[in-house]
Design a protein around this ligand. Sequence first.
Ligand SMILES: Cc1cc2nc3c(=O)[nH]c(=O)nc-3n(C[C@H](O)[C@H](O)[C@H](O)COP(=O)(O)OP(=O)(O)OC[C@H]3O[C@@H](n4cnc5c(N)ncnc54)[C@H](O)[C@@H]3O)c2cc1C
Length: 445
Amino acid sequence: MDWLDALPEARVLRTPAALLDYTRDESHVVGPLPRAVVRPRGVAALRELVRRAGAEGFTLVPRGAGSGKAGGCVPTPGSVVVDLSDWPGAITVNAANLSLSAPASAGLAAVKEHAEAAGLWYPPDPNSWPLCSFGGSLATNAGGPNACKYGMTRRWVLSVEALMADGEVHRFGIDSVKQNSGPDLAQWLIGSEGLFGLILGATVALLPRRREHLTVLLPLPDAGLLPGLPARLFGAGLLPSALEFWDAAVLADLRAHGPPEARRLPGEVLVLMEFDDAGCSHAGFVEALLDALGACGEQAELATGAAQREALWALRRTTSQHLKRRFPRKVSEDIVVPRDRLPAFFERLAGLDTPTVSYGHLGDGNLHVNLLDAGGLEGAALEAALAPLFALCVELGGTLSGEHGIGLAKREAFLRHADPYTVAALRAIKQALDPHGVFNAGKVL
Ligand SMILES: Cc1cc2nc3c(=O)[nH]c(=O)nc-3n(C[C@H](O)[C@H](O)[C@H](O)COP(=O)(O)OP(=O)(O)OC[C@H]3O[C@@H](n4cnc5c(N)ncnc54)[C@H](O)[C@@H]3O)c2cc1C
């Protein structure tokens, strides 16, 4: 029995069997057993944890639902995992302020459902929304298909409540889309991957619910037509709310080994796009879209009802899990290439020594490039296999991660490619906010 077992307002897990569940997330990274897992239900537990961590020199690893793909919530040696899933609190919608408040422990699915029940809409839609926590989506600044038009999670955050290294809960920001009283500390916590403090809850902005959708399945006869598609649409004055793709290899695998609905997916390469503008379901809009697509729109299929639309999105949402089942050793990246460089990127990707398959968010240049058999490689060999891909996207003005973050998985590569001034500035901020390295030390920086 030690002080951990006497923590107030918390459940503490110590058995190896219980700790084993916490050694991984959805990335290829596996960590050691943590010293303990704490599931706090009140601030008293967190205060004591922060005090002990600072004094004894261990780190606290925040964890939401563990669906992350960068190893951010994976324990480091001697760390204590803080699993926030028991953290209390209710989801409330404030229709007058067009906002919603929720605890970190809420599921993102529940957050989206509460907004919808009030006739409103919370745009962030990582494909893991049925799995991930609200807190995790904030800490990773989650993106998703809608980011193409509606941006990432940070665009919707009004205020954040977090427990910081002084052991106290602070609220950064107010419940309004207009606030300009100095630099915005709430935004520093969004996408911070648990480095600066423990997010306990947040208030986010909502929109009125969308009334119309036009969902289009666009088979392309030739992969060469894919990279120019975003520019073709934007040039015609069309901004899809989502513009996703599967390359030939991923599509063929889904067709051959995926769920029954995947068997009929058409094309050599396939695009799934959606529009939500007022009037987008009317003939005039469809005509303008087909005009913009020209010959490559000849095979376009419009989803005819809610059930078909949901089935198509379910296929897109589960593509990552499908590939993981088929290729358990896959390593999945989420690089970004500015959209005007997509033609050059796809051309040079095909020429890399390491074979890859891709799918993802074509509309914002955030591509899930997968190495299907790299998970068995150890540290340096894996770094070497990924290095040409990262070098290519950085050379083309892109970056290593569009949504999953850096965590442990991409730390080495991040430090190799990042601007030294940026790394020094981030380390100075970390030192100022968390001088004893209490929160997620060893990740990202
Ligand atoms: C099938 C699948 C599809 C996915 N699709 C997408 C996608 O489209 N877009 C996207 O962005 N991501 C996607 N992801 C990745 C992942 O789901 C998201 O990053 C998600 O936001 C992580 O939430 P989580 O609750 O699982 O966080 P975790 O995995 O538990 O943690 C993620 C990071 O956040 C930190 N953290 C968690 N909670 C807190 C907190 N309360 N305070 C401080 N730090 C915290 C952790 O320390 C860690 O660094 C996908 C994952 C899967 C498995």
